[in-house]
Design a protein around this ligand. Sequence first.
Ligand SMILES: [Ca+2]
Length: 413
Amino acid sequence: MKKFHLALALFSLILAASAQPLPKIQLTPVLTKLTDERPLWISEAPDGSGRLFVVYQEGKILVTKKGSDGGDAKVFFDITSRHPYFENEDGLLSMAFHPGFKTNGLFYVYYNQKNSGDQYKDAKEFPFRSVISEFKVSAADPDQADLKSERILFEVPQPFWNHKGGELCFGPDGYLYLGLGDGGAGGDPFNSGQNLARLLAKMLRIDVNSRTTIGNGDHTHQLQYGIPSDNPFAKGDSNACPEIFAYGLRNPWRYSFDRQTGDLWVGDVGQDLWEEVDLVTKGGNYGWSIREGAHHFKSGPPDAHYIEPVMEYPHRPNIQSEATFPDHSIGLCVIGGYVYRGKAFPNLDGIYFYGDASLGTIWGLRYDYVTHKVTAHETLIQQPKNINSFAEDGDGELYVLMLDGKIYQITTP
Ligand SMILES: [Ca+2]
């Protein structure tokens, strides 16, 4: 990663000498035959088959050929009968292919379930749970998941229906990353953000290829996954969860690794005032619920170090000094995106695209990883649709998924 940063330092010197506005972009409709609402995610199978998998919040995944209009789409995976989706922020939230999918056929999904008192003794306190499961593709049909192959890695008790985080993605280190929100309601009522004994409000990192035994003496049990030995709390010498990679996140909704540098970009949805974009590093504390964006939220330890956002923007109705913010710099709910590293539009290279769910704005920014400064930031698109998510295919081309079911590719005129 360091080597890239040196190269980037040189590159940013050149950029600084010729600071240019960001290029114009447009949204080109793709997969136009797919009409179901609430597509949340797209992933390309890393097996050279050119298949895109489109994840729908209600609990199904469609498979279609990349470059097609989606008219050939088949149902790859369907757990709609388990009713994972019951409120706005839960459901089937994402999928991730194992880096070795081509040979092992494994993939991972994150979905939500309602608990019932018969099954779960703590259903009263935690009426919901998030499920992180491994599945295998059918041996007979590569366009069909084998639902009987489910192996639950872990389940997270959830006190409310909202703030589920929601993305599974493999990092450049081969480990599986999962961002969880603070459990929901509002204002982090259980102070999960700074509580290292809880999985909520954290970025987690696990190894799906191994199993770790935790505890000591007679009180040990084997986890259905491994703990990377350099996770910040891997040693188990405190009550901190060893799965934690970073903490103090309110509701990380969409995150991605810069394919060139390995840096982890996160959109962290704010409470009532500030939306933020963070660069998340191992062991970092991103402030919630002591801080909202770069601002005080509730009292906390005076000596704590909180990592400030790369970018933040205010909510329209709640900022009194609205006049000081131009209309395009406000919103209600951030959607984290991607640094473009595709080949089709070389002038987009290195731009981080992100958006606002409610106002439909898409921004682009350039960031200097050496000086830690945003070197360009512009509103690129203002459009009326609610944005659910961004997504990236195997070639690094970017997509925007809308609440109404429409899917677009980010292109240039
Ligand atoms: Ca923060």
